[in-house]
Design a protein around this ligand. Structure first.
Ligand code: AMP
Length: 126
């Protein structure tokens, strides 16, 4: 059994230019843009341009070039947002996957949250 990717998801539409986004950084293989419903003063989503549903999918099937680009893009957004640990006060990365991870959009994304204290790591499930 392989991974299933739904190319009608909203981030696929953003990548195709079908709906707008508030871009923070674009690289060869990655795109970072502001979350539409920010949960913190800094709330940026970083996605690979390739069709990967989750972190585990990306780790299994992305090229080395895509992985390096993506990891560096996440770090660069932290620097651009001033939350990195050379000048800022830190941040939290979250990547939800599947039903138990409560993933809403089935295209890999890392949330970068910061510019405020982020509180406890995991809230009690509803
Ligand atoms: P997740 O629950 O991890 O799948 O998170 C999906 C995130 O995408 C949520 O934080 C939404 O607020 C965000 N989101 C949904 N649609 C858009 C959009 N068009 N542009 C930017 N962020 C979006």
């Amino acid at each position: 059994m392989g991974y299933t990717y739904d190319d009608q998801n909203i981030f696929a539409k953003i990548l195709r230019g079908e709906i707008p986004n508030n871009t923070v950084l674009e690289t060869e293989h990655s795109l970072a843009f502001r979350d539409l419903y920010p949960q913190a003063p800094t709330h940026v989503l970083v996605i690979p341009k390739g069709s990967y549903v989750s972190y585990d999918h990306f780790a299994a099937e992305a090229t080395d070039a895509e992985i390096v680009d993506y990891v560096r893009a996440v770090g660069e957004v932290c620097r651009l947002e001033g939350v990195d640990l050379t000048t800022g006060d830190g941040y939290r990365l979250i990547s939800n996957a599947g039903a138990n991870g409560v993933q809403e959009v089935p295209h890999l994304h890392v949330h970068i949250l910061g510019a405020r204290h982020m509180g406890r790591m995991v809230a009690k499930a509803d």
